[in-house]
Unconditional design. Structure first.
Length: 124
């Protein structure tokens, strides 16, 4: 069975790229265009991993991560942030504090993204 990755990003083009890369590498994907939509989908489908942008309207990545970690039904799901802006050392510390397994920059290095997804799923 393929692992299911929930891609959470308010930018459709980012979701499309990530979906294409993950699908071509044997993962099944679901998409949400906001943190709020992700929370609804998490309860309905229970993916194996959440791959989330940080900066989103309504419910940002940090708020989404906190909600996942405080929900007994969801708290074991690994979370990877995929972000263009939140990659400083302090961002890594802040993300770890809310239960994020790893941060990957939107640098175009898709191998790094695939490694982060594989690593997070192995730990789960």
């Amino acid at each position: 069975m393929n692992s299911i990755v929930l891609i959470v990003d308010d930018a459709a083009s980012n979701r499309e790229l990530v979906r294409y890369v993950l699908d071509r590498n044997g993962y099944s994907t679901r998409e949400a265009d906001s943190g709020a939509a992700a929370l609804r989908l998490l309860h309905a489908e229970r993916p194996d991993l959440v791959l989330s942008d940080v900066q989103m309207p309504e419910v940002d990545g940090y708020t989404l991560a906190r909600a996942i970690r405080t929900d007994p039904d969801l708290q074991a799901i690994p979370i990877v942030f995929y972000t263009a802006h939140y990659i400083t050392r302090q961002d890594v510390i802040d993300a770890a504090d809310v239960g994020v397994n790893r941060i990957v920059g939107k640098t175009g290095n898709l191998d790094e993204l695939l490694d982060a997804v594989a690593d997070a799923l192995r730990v789960a």
